[in-house]
Write a protein that binds this ligand. Structure first.
Ligand code: NAD
Length: 326
């Protein structure tokens, strides 16, 4: 099969591209950056999703498209770029795919199409109201509508995967990592809250600092520890490949992620113990992060079984931390 993988230089896209190549498929990447994959069965288009000429070249003769690329940012200053990449870009890639008579189009949406930080009920199933609370989540919800529209007006099968938060295991304990740095490490979290303009949160975090690098256990204003899904890239890739090939996936919408959410009060002390950093606890203003999303549908319909729970990821994260310290 000839598969177009968008976001081929990214976390999930590059891993999926390599998995497909290993399984004997022909892969074309499409990304702003080169994936630097050396393989006779790999070619790529380097360009922007909303560039129609590039999107047309990327979709030519593809049997399937895995639209895994997107721009992720929560900064107000990135708003225009967010909508260009995720809304216009998705529309242009979809139109190019339909014109090229692509058989199946798989779209990486996000759990942020739900109001994850204020869910109406938990666990969050696919039937939960879609009321995003972030502009990024809104771009993904509009993306879903564009995908479903194209599915109605063309012969292309579509699959929507609402991705859990996703990390490579070796990113988990990397203070420089875009997501895990500010999620678990105190100083990166202070910098992040300052960049978001959350002065009160930044002050509280700074006041808790022990004067040296530390991990931070975040809780809400009532002392409830944060809880969210963190899924290993390898498990996400498994779900993407099921969406690509499983007959029952066509037309479906699936939450994709780890079965159990990560309770920060359980995991942070283990992290601190294993890498020998102090752990501070900070109660941040507001309701905080505390959600549980169901992956029951994809498990029952497509046979998805995640293999990398957080503690298994952590073993690799500790190894990567140790290597970086050496
Ligand atoms: P990533 O940031 O590692 O990779 C995204 C890739 O898309 C990058 O290589 C980037 O260069 C490319 N890209 C961005 N804008 C582009 C544009 N306009 N034109 C061409 N290429 C562009 O992301 P990831 O973690 O691999 O995520 C994969 C997908 O899953 C994305 O659609 C993302 O929105 C979604 N998702 C990710 C998470 C997560 O926590 N990582 C959570 C929910 C949903």
């Amino acid at each position: 099969m000839k598969v177009l993988v968008t976001g081929s230089a990214g976390r999930v896209g590059s891993f999926v591209a390599r998995q497909l190549l290993a399984a004997g498929h022909q892969v074309r990447g499409f990304d702003l950056r080169s994936a630097a994959i050396e393989d006779a069965d790999f070619e790529e288009v380097v360009g922007a999703f909303d560039d129609r000429e590039a999107a047309t070249r990327a979709c030519e003769r593809a049997d399937a498209v895995l639209h895994l690329g997107a721009f992720m940012s929560w900064l107000a200053s990135d708003r225009d770029r967010l909508f260009h990449a995720n809304v216009d870009g998705t529309r242009v890639v979809l139109e190019a795919a339909a014109a090229a008579k692509v058989g199946r189009f798989v779209f990486a949406s996000s759990g942020e199409v739900y109001p994850e930080n204020r869910p109406a009920f938990q666990p969050i199933t696919e039937d939960h109201p879609k009321e995003p609370l972030s502009p990024y989540g809104l771009t993904k919800l509009i993306g879903e509508e564009l995908v479903m529209f194209q599915g109605r007006v063309s012969s292309m099968e579509t699959v929507i995967l609402r991705f859990s938060h996703t990390q490579n295991a070796d990113e988990l304990l990397d203070p420089e990592s875009f997501f895990s740095g500010p999620r678990f490490f105190l100083r990166p979290k202070i910098r992040q809250q300052e960049a978001f303009g959350n002065k009160a949160a930044a002050e509280l975090l700074r006041a808790a600092g022990p004067g040296r690098p530390a991990l931070v256990l975040t809780r809400n204003e009532d002392g409830r520890p944060f809880r969210m899904h963190i899924t290993d890239t390898r498990d996400m890739a498994k779900g993407v490949l099921l969406a690509l090939t499983h007959p029952e996936a066509a037309g479906g919408v699936f939450n994709l992620g780890a079965t159990d959410p990560v309770d920060f009060a359980e995991v942070l002390p283990v992290m601190a113990d294993r890498i020998g950093l102090p752990l501070v606890t900070v109660d941040l203003p507001g309701a905080g992060v505390w959600y549980h999303t169901s992956n029951q549908r994809i498990r029952e319909m497509l046979g998805f079984e995640p293999e990398w729970p957080i503690m298994r990821m952590l073993d690799e994260a500790v190894k990567a931390w140790t290597t970086r310290q050496a």
